[in-house]
Design a protein around this ligand. Structure first.
Ligand code: IPM
Ligand code: MN
Length: 353
C-alpha cells in the first residue's frame, strides 16, 4: 500500500468548509480503491493566523510543505488583511517557491450544470486552460518611487523569460497532442509590443516540434468575445498569467459558476509538491454558513489523483459530479438547491464506487 503525504491548508472563509469535504471524498476513494492511503497534515495558515501571529505561514513553512506529495488549499483572503499581503505571503509564495509553473483549469460544461449562454450544448464548452503561473504580469517586478508625493511613479513590469514561456507552451502542446486536440494561444501582441510579440514568436518556434497539432492564435480581447459567442472554437488553451486569471473566471461564469471551477498548480517535474486549489475565493459573505459549494474542490481532488497517477479517479469524480448535477439533489444554493456543503459532498460520495 502506498502512503501519500498531503498538506492541507484550508486558509480562510469557505476554504475550511470545502477542503474538509474534499478530504472526505479523498478518504472515501482511498477506502474504495485499496491501493493507496493518505496521511493528511493540517496547517492553520491564513489571515486569522496572520492577525494572531503577524505572519501568513511559519518561517519553516516551505520546508515543511516540501516533505509532502501534494498540497490542497482552500482559499486565501479576509477582510482586515490587505490582499497583496495575504496572497503574496501564502498563495503566491507557494506557487512561485515550488515552481508550480502550470495552472491547469478545466472550463467544461458538465452535464446538468447551468449555462447562461443561449443554444449551447455540453460538448460545445470543453476547454482546458494552461495558464502560465510563475512569472509574466505576476512576476512582482517593479518599483514605487516618490511614494506619497506629487511625483509618485509606479512601475509594474511584465516578465517573460524564454525559459518560462517555452516550458508552459511546450506543456500545452504536449497536452494537445496527447489528447488529439487543437491548441489556441491567447496573447496581445498588437499592444504589448515586447512581451506578447515574444510570446507569439515562442508559440511558433515550439510549434515546429508539433506539426501534428492544429493551432490558433487570438488576441485576448477577441478571445474573450469568442468564449461567449462561439466557445467551441477552444480546446486546449495556453496563455499568460494575468490573461489566464481573467479568462478562467469568464470560463467559470459560462460553465455553472465558481462553485464548479477546479484548478491545479503543477510542478510537472515533481521536484516540488503541486498544489490543488479551486478557483473561487474565500467568500467571506457566506463563510461559516455551510452553504458553500464543495464540488470545485472535489474536482480539484480529482486533479490531484491524476497528478499522483490515478487519472481514472478524476474521470469517476467528474462523472459523479455530473450525476449529482443532473439528479439535482444535494445542490448548494449557488446552483439553485438548498443543500449544505456536506450534503453536496455526500451526494458525490454516494455515487463514487
Ligand atoms: C486565482 C486568484 C489569484 C490569482 C489571486 C487570489 C492572487 O484570482 O487563483 O485565480 O490571481 O492568481
Ligand atoms: Mn483569479
Amino acid at each position: 500500500m502506498i502512503t501519500y503525504k498531503i498538506a492541507s491548508i484550508p486558509g480562510d472563509g469557505v476554504g475550511n468548509e470545502v477542503v474538509r469535504e474534499g478530504l472526505r471524498v479523498l478518504d472515501h476513494i482511498a477506502k474504495v480503491d485499496g491501493r493507496f492511503q493518505f496521511e493528511v497534515t493540517h496547517f492553520p495558515w491564513g489571515c486569522e493566523y496572520y492577525l494572531e501571529q503577524g505572519k501568513m505561514m511559519d518561517e519553516d513553512g516551505m520546508e515543511r510543505l516540501a516533505e509532502h506529495d501534494a498540497i490542497i488549499l482552500g482559499a486565501v483572503g479576509a477582510p482586515g488583511v490587505p490582499d497583496h499581503i495575504s496572497l503574496w505571503d501564502l498563495l503566491l509564495r507557494i506557487r512561485k517557491g515550488f515552481d508550480q509553473y502550470i495552472n491547469l483549469r478545466p472550463v467544461k460544461l458538465l452535464k446538468g450544470a447551468p449555462c447562461p449562454l443561449k443554444d449551447v450544448k455540453n460538448e460545445d464548452i470543453d476547454m482546458i486552460f494552461v495558464r502560465e503561473n510563475s512569472e509574466g504580469e505576476y512576476a512582482g517586478s517593479g518599483s514605487w518611487l516618490y511614494k506619497n508625493t506629487d511625483r509618485e511613479v509606479v512601475i509594474q513590469d511584465g516578465v517573460f523569460s524564454r525559459h518560462g514561456c517555452e516550458r508552459v507552451i511546450r506543456y500545452a502542446y504536449e497536452l494537445a497532442r496527447s489528447q488529439g486536440k487543437t491548441l489556441t494561444s491567447i496573447s496581445k501582441a498588437n499592444a504589448l509590443n515586447y512581451s506578447m510579440v515574444f510570446w507569439d514568436q515562442i508559440f511558433k518556434e515550439v510549434g515546429k516540434d508539433y506539426p501534428d497539432v492544429k493551432t490558433y492564435s487570438y488576441l485576448v480581447d477577441a478571445a474573450s468575445m469568442f468564449m461567449v459567442k462561439d466557445p467551441k472554437r477552444f480546446q486546449v488553451v495556453v496563455t499568460s498569467n494575468l490573461f489566464g486569471d481573467i479568462l478562467t473566471d469568464l470560463g467559470a461564469a459560462i460553465t455553472g459558476g465558481m462553485g464548479l471551477a477546479a484548478g491545479a498548480n503543477l510542478n510537472p517535474e515533481k521536484k516540488f509538491p503541486s498544489m490543488f486549489e479551486p478557483i473561487h475565493g474565500s467568500a467571506p459573505d457566506i463563510a461559516g454558513k455551510e452553504i458553500s459549494n464543495p464540488l470545485a474542490t472535489i474536482w480539484t481532488v480529482g486533479q490531484m489523483l491524476t497528478h499522483l497517477g490515478y487519472p481514472e479517479w478524476e474521470d469517476k469524480i467528474v462523472a459523479a459530479i455530473e450525476d449529482v448535477l443532473v439528479a439535482g439533489d444535494g445542490l448548494t444554493p449557488d446552483l439553485g438547491g438548498t443543500a449544505h456543503t456536506a450534503d453536496a459532498a455526500d451526494a458525490v460520495i454516494a455515487r463514487l464506487k
